[in-house]
Write a protein that binds this ligand. Structure first.
Ligand code: URA
Length: 422
């Protein structure tokens, strides 16, 4: 077999066999298939797609490039996890992982960093003084058995094929393929050892998939792939035109997560967390009522789980957050009803303050963030403080963010959609 014949076959839209896909991955990992050849094949896949059989084989080849994690300490506690395709102000993981652990589930959550306008769970957690996202598999196993959850970075050995292919896709305009996205996300989830997975697939102006249809296609591919690979998977399609909760950025999102873990969070964020928690518990065969999850938020159990997890991951108690050097209050430009801000403007404001990165090797500012000070639906008078900007990157960052915050204001109420794909 010649690599170029396989690329040619896919370019014509023909189905690749298991052995052809195996040949490509084996060669790529050993150095006999070049970066240029894999990039060419990726481009052929962008145009011609992979069918379900091809996608399953492609994904398992990626998983086999590294080590699978496993946690066999207590089989009666279901291993559950959640993945979001990325929202603005999406701090659901910070609340959901400790909440599920407080309800008796195990949550070994491997998370990522921000890139572009999408926030990164790991960057947010690093706003907590002392918190470390890097742990060995043995440490992760111990943290999981001691507090029921962790949120950490992928170990070097978790799907190394994806690290290489993702970097290649990033520079060859081959990110936007449902098959390549689904295999990239699901290979990491399957290898991370979870057994039940809920996906939050976002659509709208603040999301990677702009339309509902694109999100539906991606959700179906990921659900199919998870179920075919032994991870029971469901997806919730949720709209992402407005900010989730009232904060976007690093420290600001941690503060709001702490409020939500204590049962005092904004209604839209709490609702999203509870929907996903209920879906996940039911999927794992141990249904938990919404009222019970609310009780775990109100009685401090979820907050205790979060604090225990943070302490086991290096933070000192009581938890403290990194403090900004520069802050500014934004005043309402006119008297009007305040409604959930437009996601795009808020994402740009948080990015300007330093919460995002343009290149994977850039640093983010842990103190960066926007916090809106008014609940949606409230009438505010001109000149009332409506938002707080925080950064350690100086006045220019504040000036730029201020313009984007004004651009994010709207008096149209948000319509939030959530549909399940099972
Ligand atoms: N996130 C991933 O991990 N991979 C993709 O391809 C897209 C988003």
């Amino acid at each position: 077999v010649q690599t170029q014949d396989i690329i040619h076959k896919k370019r014509l839209g023909e189905k690749l066999t298991d052995s052809e896909i195996g040949f490509i991955w084996d060669g790529y990992l050993r150095g006999t298939v070049s970066e240029a050849q894999l990039a060419a094949l990726a481009m052929a896949i962008v145009f011609q797609d992979l069918d379900t059989d091809e996608l399953t084989t492609w994904t398992s080849c990626m998983i086999d490039s590294g080590q699978r994690l496993s946690y066999a300490d207590n089989p009666s506690l279901p291993l559950v996890d959640k993945h979001s395709t990325g929202g603005v102000g999406d701090k659901v993981s910070l609340v959901l992982a400790p909440l599920m652990s407080a309800a008796g589930f195990r949550v070994p959550m491997i998370s990522g960093r921000s890139l572009g306008y999408t926030g990164g769970t790991l960057d947010k957690l690093e706003a907590i003084n002392g918190f470390s996202v890097s742990h060995t598999p043995a440490e992760l196993t111990r943290i999981l058995s001691e507090c029921g959850c962790f949120i950490a970075a992928a170990t070097d050995d978790l799907v190394p094929a994806d690290k290489r292919l993702y970097a290649l896709r990033d520079v060859t305009s081959t990110i936007a393929s449902p098959a390549l996205i689904a295999s990239s996300i699901m290979s990491k989830k399957i290898a991370s050892g979870v057994k039940h997975l809920v996906l939050d697939v976002k659509f709208g102006k603040g999301a990677f998939c702009e339309t509902y249809e694109a999100a539906l296609t991606l959700a179906r591919r990921m659900v199919g792939l998870g179920n075919a690979s032994g991870v029971r998977t469901i997806a919730c399609l949720t709209s992402m035109d407005r900010l989730i909760g009232l904060t976007a950025g690093n420290a600001a999102e941690v503060r709001e997560s702490l409020d939500t873990l204590g049962g005092e969070g904004p209604a839209d964020l709490t609702d999203l967390v509870l929907n996903l928690a209920e879906g996940l518990a039911e999927l794992a065969g141990k249904p938990v009522s919404r009222a019970e999850f609310i009780r775990l938020l109100k009685n401090g159990d979820a907050l205790t789980s979060f604090a225990t997890m943070c302490a086991l991951q290096g933070a000192s108690l009581p938890l403290t957050l990194k403090a900004p050097t520069d802050t500014r209050e934004i005043l309402a430009p006119r008297s009007a009803k305040f409604e959930a801000p437009l996601a795009e403007g808020v994402a740009r404001a948080a990015f300007a303050l330093g919460s995002g990165r343009s290149l994977p090797e850039d640093d983010t500012d842990p103190t960066a963030g926007v916090t809106f000070l008014v609940a949606p639906g409230t009438y505010v008078h001109e000149g009332t403080p409506i938002a707080l900007l925080e950064t350690s990157r100086g006045a220019n960052a504040l000036d730029e963010a201020e313009r984007y915050v004004y651009a994010s204001l709207t008096d149209v109420p948000a319509a939030r959609v959530a549909d399940w794909i099972r």
